[in-house]
Write a protein that binds this ligand. Structure first.
Ligand SMILES: C[S@@+](CC[C@H](N)C(=O)[O-])C[C@H]1O[C@@H](n2cnc3c(N)ncnc32)[C@H](O)[C@@H]1O
Length: 205
């Protein structure tokens, strides 16, 4: 049976003690440690980054010579010098231009902890979560370096297997991770993909 939801569980308390903005910081910390995701000097794009828990962990791990760009519908304030943030919707028509203003280059890692506002209707919430994860994957095709890594949160449900097939086609190694800090009753799972294989450009007739 799944654990009952306790909003002030040990991860909440640990986050408070360590000055982290969100308990979700422990999810990316565990994923990063298991997959050896980040190295000093890397460029990282974090989608759905507010209030900034993942940004705090990533910023520390890439060090002052790295850069992490965080975007969200909500503003993110007061991060360190290697963090650049913007209020930006992944569905915005000018997304690419706005991202280029923040970092004019490709990324070593793209992470997405994006989650839709839940409606309580399971199939709707799953479909919206999957759509966000699909948009994140499409961005990888344009912005992630060959060999780069991708992490995306998905509410597991209908369409998930099809999504996994798309991820497997674009990366050489794909794992599913449910970090310890994921709440007992949550349906969320993290797709951790490494070894990006960008599609070859379409040949001209
Ligand atoms: C679970 S929270 C992220 C927590 C964050 N990783 C942290 O550690 O602080 C999910 C975020 O996804 C964002 N989000 C949802 N839809 C989005 C969209 N269309 N574009 C950008 N961000 C979005 C929400 O605003 C919310 O802040």
């Amino acid at each position: 049976m799944s654990k009952p939801y306790d909003p002030r569980d040990r991860f909440y308390k640990k986050a408070k003690q360590e000055g982290l903005r969100a308990r979700s910081a422990f999810k990316i910390e565990e994923i990063a440690q298991r997959a050896q995701l980040f190295r000093r000097g890397m460029a990282v794009l974090d989608l759905g980054a507010a209030p900034g828990g993942w940004l705090q962990i990533i910023s520390r791990q890439i060090g002052p010579e790295g850069v992490v760009v965080g975007i969200d519908l909500q503003p993110i304030k007061g991060m360190g010098p290697n963090v650049r943030t913007a209020v930006l919707d992944i569905y915005a028509p000018d997304l690419r231009e706005r991202l280029r203003e923040l970092h004019d280059g490709s990324y070593d890692v793209v992470t997405s902890d994006m989650a839709p506002k839940t409606t309580g209707v399971k199939t709707t919430d799953e479909a919206r979560s999957l759509d966000l994860a699909e948009h994140a994957l499409h961005l990888c095709a344009e912005l992630l370096k060959p060999g780069g890594s991708f992490v995306a949160k998905v509410f597991e449900g209908g369409g998930f297997e099809g999504y996994l097939r798309q991820v497997r086609a674009a990366f050489s190694k794909v794992k599913l991770v449910r970090p310890e800090a994921t709440r007992g009753r949550s349906f969320e799972i993290f797709v951790v993909a490494q070894g990006h294989r960008p599609a070859p450009p379409a040949s001209t007739p």
